[in-house]
Write a protein that binds this ligand. Structure first.
Ligand SMILES: Cc1ncc(COP(=O)(O)O)c(C=O)c1O
Length: 382
C-alpha cells in the first residue's frame, strides 16, 4: 500500500473488509485459541498470544504508517520498551537519551540493569557525547525526540550513522509526534517504538504499545518476544487503535494548528518563561525540527516561578484537565516534577532542567480560541 498518500494509508492499511462477511470494520476476534485443520496445520492462527487476526491487521497498519517491515502490538508502551530490550544479554551496553520519559528510566534502572545490562544516559542532542559513549559492546542506542518534557531534539540520522559505525542499532520512541509527523526508519533508525495510548489511539480510552522493525530479523526477534514473554495487545484494544488510526492524520493536523497558536500565545506572555516548543523559530533546534519532522506537534512545556504558582494555574484551568498522558482529543496540563518525572530524584530533575514550576501541555483538538482563553484566565490567577 506504500504507493498511497498518508491519509489514504491511515484509512485503508490493514483495514480492508472482512473476507467472510464484507464488514467494513475489522472484526474483534475474541478467541484465545483457533481450531486446527489437522496435525500441525491451521488457517493462519493457532493461539492468540502467538497471533490474532485483529492484532495482525493493526500490526500491518503500524508497519505501513512507519514504513517498516513488521509491526508488533503490546499491552502498553512500557511493555513495548520491555520487549525492545528483552533480546539484550548480560554484558551488553545500552545508551539512552538522558531526557526520556521517566517510566523508561524506571524500567531500565530498576529492572533491566538487574539483568547485567549496562545502561548509560547521555545527552543525545550532542553528537560528540553520543560518539564518546559508544563501546564495542554497545548494542542499542535508545532515543526519544522531541524529549519529555523539555522538547529537546536528537538528530536521528546523525545518531544512526554513529551507532551503525559501531555496530549498534537505534530505536526511537516516536510517541510525541506520531507516525504522521516523524518517520525514524526513513531517517535511518532501526526500530520505532510508540505508546499507542497517546496519539495513535487518540481518545484516552485504552493502553497500548508498539514496536516497528525495519528488517526480517526484527520481525523474527519481536515475534519471539511476543510469543515467549506474552505481553500482547488484546483484540479489543487493537480494534480501538485501528479505529483511532483512521482519523490520525486529521486529528494531528488540528492538534498541530492548535499547538502552534498556543505556543505563539505563550511565547509573549509575561508570566511564562522557558517555553519549549520546536515549532517556534526561537527554539534552538528549529532547523533540525524542520529537517527531520513533518510538523511540530502539540506538545510543549513552560515554567512558572514556583510549585505554588503551578498549583494555582492547574487549579484554575476550566477546559484543560490536570492529568498525566498526552495525545488525546482533550487538552491536558500536568506538573512535570510530580507526574511524569515524579519517580526521578529532585537532584536529577534539577540537573535535567525540570524545576518545580514546569508545566507540560498536550494541546487537544478543541477550538483554539477557547483553549487560549482558558490558559489566559488560568495564568491571570498566578
Ligand atoms: C514518550 C513516552 N513513551 C512511553 C510511555 C509509556 O507508555 P504507556 O503509558 O502506554 O506504557 C509514555 C507514557 O506516558 C510516554 O509519554
Amino acid at each position: 500500500m506504500s504507493e498511497y498518500k498518508y491519509s489514504t494509508l491511515a484509512v485503508h492499511a490493514g483495514q480492508h473488509p472482512d473476507p467472510l462477511t464484507g464488514a467494513v470494520n475489522v472484526p474483534v476476534y475474541l478467541s484465545s485459541t483457533f481450531e486446527l485443520t489437522g496435525i500441525g496445520t491451521d488457517r493462519g492462527w493457532d493461539y492468540s498470544r502467538a497471533g490474532n487476526p485483529t492484532r495482525d491487521r493493526l500490526e500491518y497498519a503500524l508497519a505501513a504508517l512507519e514504513g517498516g517491515v513488521s509491526g508488533h502490538a503490546f499491552t502498553t508502551g512500557m511493555a513495548a520498551i520491555s520487549a525492545l530490550v528483552a533480546p539484550l544479554h548480560a554484558g551488553d551496553h545500552l545508551v539512552c537519551s538522558r531526557d526520556v520519559y521517566a517510566g523508561t528510566v524506571r524500567l531500565f534502572d530498576q529492572i533491566v540493569s538487574g539483568y547485567g545490562i549496562e545502561i548509560e544516559y547521555v545527552d543525545t542532542s550532542d553528537l560528540t557525547t553520543v560518539e564518546a559513549a559508544m563501546r564495542p559492546n554497545t548494542r542499542l542506542v535508545h532515543i526519544e525526540t522531541p524529549s519529555n518534557p523539555l522538547m529537546v531534539l536528537t538528530d536521528i540520522a546523525a545518531v544512526s550513522r554513529i551507532a551503525h559505525a559501531h555496530g549498534a542499532e537505534v530505536s526511537v520512541d516516536n510517541t510525541f509526534l506520531s507516525p504522521v509527523l516523524q518517520n525514524p526508519l526513513v531517517l535511518g533508525a532501526d526500530i520505532v517504538m510508540h505508546s499507542t495510548t497517546k496519539y495513535l489511539n487518540g481518545h484516552s480510552d485504552g493502553l497500548g504499545g508498539a514496536l516497528i522493525g525495519s528488517t526480517a530479523e526484527h520481525k523474527e526477534r519481536f515475534l519471539l518476544v511476543q510469543k515467549a514473554a506474552g505481553a500482547v495487545m488484546s483484540p479489543f484494544e487493537c480494534f480501538l487503535v485501528l479505529r483511532g488510526i483512521k482519523t490520525l492524520p486529521l486529528r494531528v493536523q488540528q492538534h498541530e494548528e492548535n499547538g502552534h497558536a498556543v505556543a505563539e500565545f505563550l511565547s509573549t506572555h509575561p508570566k511564562v518563561s522557558r517555553l519549549a516548543y520546536p515549532g517556534l523559530k526561537s527554539h534552538p533546534q528549529y532547523d533540525l525540527a524542520v529537517k527531520q519532522q513533518k510538523g511540530f506537534g502539540s506538545m510543549m512545556s513552560f515554567e512558572l516561578k514556583s510549585r505554588d504558582e503551578a498549583a494555582r494555574f492547574l487549579g484554575a484551568l476550566k477546559i484543560f484537565l490536570n492529568a498525566e498522558s498526552l495525545g488525546g482529543v482533550e487538552s491536558l496540563a500536568s506538573h512535570s516534577a510530580t507526574t511524569t518525572h515524579g519517580s526521578v530524584s529532585e537532584e536529577i530533575r534539577a540537573s535535567m532542567g525540570i524545576n518545580e514550576g514546569r508545566i507540560r501541555l498536550s494541546i487537544g483538538i478543541e477550538d483554539k480560541e477557547d483553549i487560549i482563553a482558558d490558559l489566559d484566565q488560568a495564568l491571570a490567577t498566578v
